[in-house]
Design a protein around this ligand. Structure first.
Ligand SMILES: *Cc1c(COP(=O)(O)O)cnc(C)c1O
Length: 509
């Protein structure tokens, strides 16, 4: 080989890395793991809520992609310098906002294996292990939270892993819609009614919109503080009866175990009784709290679930699976499959024809699907039921600690009794300032006060919490569940809240 050719060959090699080189993968992969391990070590040193301004990144990053390869060292340096400041640190021990994203070592490693295999498991044939493992772990998990046998494969039902609760609701609503329209006629869609409460997650409204429910046939039934913002079966019945009298067809009810605003619990046993009487599909949304049922002391919250049609919870919220992992069980898989299956020539295969296998593409919206069961399997095996219970209980204990501290400070109130690991509280207007004012006026001032308190606390970067408005009252939500949080962090958080409240109250004078 001439030397010019050799030069060209070498230049070619250095300029054009292979898309997958096992040894480069090993080297760079170790660097990324080291980077993340350092990140977890130091994550409590960053402001929890990102402090950047909109558009910050375009000032730091070129406006065209590079033409030539760049080394991982440089890229990781830019991740540290440019990206980390724009990250809100969900993995920080000082993170108490929204609901937790309880990542774990096992969840991460499971995700890594799944990404490494990079399979697209739409049907059994496309990767038998992915389908069969999913079937097995969904039965495992169903047994762990004591779901009735009718939801398990072994009992004629079955579980499937979705990305999010939004998808689980959309799929089951589609199944329910088609089941009824196949009976009464496709053109009857304008008569179908969907029910939730005024506390139900917006995922339900979105799903109703997508499946073609008329906007005026969406019911967000009112809830009350006297009932801890749970949906009363009597109100549900009243709404259903009125709709039937108006010539409409009740279709689907979505009760919640642990609402997003305040972790309120809808009484599913009573609601299911009404639903069964009127032929309404019940999907139980336990996105946040479902995993807690692994502890026997929380299982009673889903009593009555045996009468529901479907049940889901997000294992990526409070069950130590990294995003995304929504676990959905149905009692009647055929309803899902009838609504969502397709059978194009290019996917035909002997296994499907044998009817001996599950093709999960028919249980979800998309065709392609990730190997999420790998992640869930790693989490269940690495921790076991015993440790998962311990994790959940330690979060509940820390939330209780926070609740106790709030309760002993008379300047604050607990807005709703704590049910899981989230505390809903607020700062009160001092007696001297509220005397002589109308109660509504006092609440309005307090709402503004708590809004300010939350904003100053979050701007400090020390901790991060978010709010909700429930029954017209602005509350601060303190959701324990980040995997690195310990008691000392919770005590620190309360001190931060108290200090900021003190400054605010002093400024009132
Ligand atoms: C978080 C949450 C959802 C939405 O979950 P996604 O997985 O983001 O779709 C739905 N319902 C409740 C009660 C939630 O807390």
């Amino acid at each position: 080989m001439g030397s010019l050719q050799a030069d060209l060959l070498e230049a070619n090699q250095t300029c054009h890395p292979k898309p997958l080189d096992p040894e480069e993968f090993r080297r760079q992969g170790h660097m990324v793991i080291d980077f993340l391990a350092d990140y977890y070590h130091n994550v409590d040193k960053y402001p929890v809520r990102s402090q950047v301004e909109p558009g910050y990144l375009s000032k730091l990053i070129p406006d065209t992609a590079p033409n030539n390869p760049e080394p991982i060292e440089t890229i990781l340096q830019d991740v540290q310098n440019d990206i980390v400041p724009g990250i809100t640190h969900w993995m920080s021990p000082n993170y108490y906002a929204y609901f937790p994203s309880s990542g774990s070592t096992a969840g991460f490693l499971g995700e890594m294996l799944s990404t490494g295999f990079n399979i697209v498991g739409f049907n059994w044939m496309s990767s038998p292990a992915a389908t069969e493992l999913e079937t097995i772990v969904m039965d495992w998990l169903g047994k762990m939270i004591d779901l009735p046998p009718s939801f398990l494969y072994s009992g004629g039902g079955g579980g499937v892993l979705q990305g999010t609760t939004c998808e689980a609701i959309l799929c089951t609503l589609t199944a329910a819609r088609d089941k009824i329209l196949n009976k009464i006629g496709r053109d009857q869609i304008t008569r179908l009614v969907v029910y939730g409460s005024d506390q139900t997650h917006c995922a339900l409204r979105k799903a109703a919109q997508i499946v073609g429910i008329q906007p005026q046939n969406f019911r967000a039934i009112e809830t009350y503080q006297s009932n801890a913002f749970g949906l009363s079966p009597a109100s549900f019945r009243e709404a259903v009866v009125a709709d039937i009298a108006a010539g409409l067809v009740p279709l689907y009810l979505c009760p919640t175990i642990g609402t997003t605003s305040s972790t309120a619990v809808d009484p599913i046993a009573g609601l299911c009784e009404v639903a069964i009487e009127f032929g309404v599909w019940v999907h139980v949304d336990a996105a946040y709290a479902g995993g807690a049922c692994v502890c026997p002391e929380f299982r009673h919250f889903i009593d009555g679930v045996e009468k529901a049609n479907s049940f889901s919870f997000n294992a990526h919220k409070w069950f130590f699976n990294n995003l995304d992992c929504c676990c959905l069980w149905v009692r009647e898989p055929a309803a899902l499959v009838n609504a969502l299956s397709t059978n194009p020539e290019y996917l035909k295969n002997k296994a499907t024809e044998s009817k001996q296998v599950i093709d999960y593409k028919d249980w979800q919206i998309a065709l392609s699907r990730r190997f999420r069961a790998m992640k869930l399997w790693l989490v269940l095996r690495s921790y076991g039921v015993a440790s998962l219970r311990n994790f959940i209980r330690s979060h509940v204990k820390m939330a209780k600690l926070f609740e106790d501290m709030v309760q002993t400070d008379k300047r604050f109130e607990i807005f709703l009794a704590r049910t899981f690991a989230m505390v809903c509280f607020r700062l009160l207007l001092p007696k001297s300032k509220s005397e002589g004012k109308e109660p509504e006026r006092v609440v309005a001032i307090e709402n503004e006060l708590n809004h300010k308190l939350l904003e100053t606390v979050n701007s400090s970067g020390k901790i991060y919490m978010t709010h909700a408005i429930v029954g017209g009252v602005y509350i601060i939500r303190f959701a324990v569940g980040a995997s690195l949080t310990e008691e000392k962090h919770v005590k620190f958080a309360w001190k931060v809240v108290q200090d900021h409240a003190e400054a605010l109250l002093a400024a009132l004078d």
